[in-house]
Design a binder for this molecule. Sequence first.
Ligand code: SAH
Length: 232
Amino acid sequence: MNDNVDRAELQKFSELAAKWWDREGPMRPLHDINPARLKWIDDLASLTGKRVLDVGCGGGVLTEAMAQKSEYVVGIDLADKPLKVARLHALESSARVEYIECAAETLAAQQPASFDVVTCMEMLEHVPEPQQTVQACATLVKPGGWLFFSTINRNAKAFALAIVGAEYVLRLLPRGTHEYAKFIKPSELSRYARAAGLEVHGVIGMRYNPFTNTATLASDTDVNYMMACRKL
Ligand code: SAH
């Protein structure tokens, strides 16, 4: 049994499963940010020929995109319905991906130091103990390997844009998708990373334009941001 999971969060994502690949639907922001985040990951870690793990993969939007470049990709999540959707979609698109219903902590105990690249995107703000997830990701990556995290910063601007703006005004995301108290400051995520034996390579902001539905990378990390780390 793994305690680092909030069942209500999994339920929320399960209810959205059928619409995961609907580019106009509630998961639209994940599709819109995908090209920018994929490029950032690939530019730094060069996915070609790599063994990749996507933690909290959901319906597989990033997982499948990484599979087009890498050698072998595993996606793990604890919500069964999004995983079923991910498997079906991979069948249709012939993506070479393996999806497993499994916690990062469990896989870390079974397969330590097994992946060249570990991604954990838009997931840490949904778990009770994000530092434990970061530790598990660190255990799963090989020495010298890359890790990529993304989450939402915690400040007044993030509250205004990521919750009030995205959920209430623009209705980009269903209400209740995010809880302010679970947002994570880059300084906190860096601390978790260093405590897990990782070196923080860089942090970059992701600016989402809700009118053009596109995401661009930016130095401003006030709201959405990604962090690249390496295992020492
Ligand atoms: N990483 C994907 C999906 C983000 S949505 C992407 O960026 O495209 C957040 C995902 O985290 C959901 O699929 C949810 O089921 C998963 N999740 C939440 N808590 C989790 C936990 N404790 N362990 C594994 N996955 C979890």
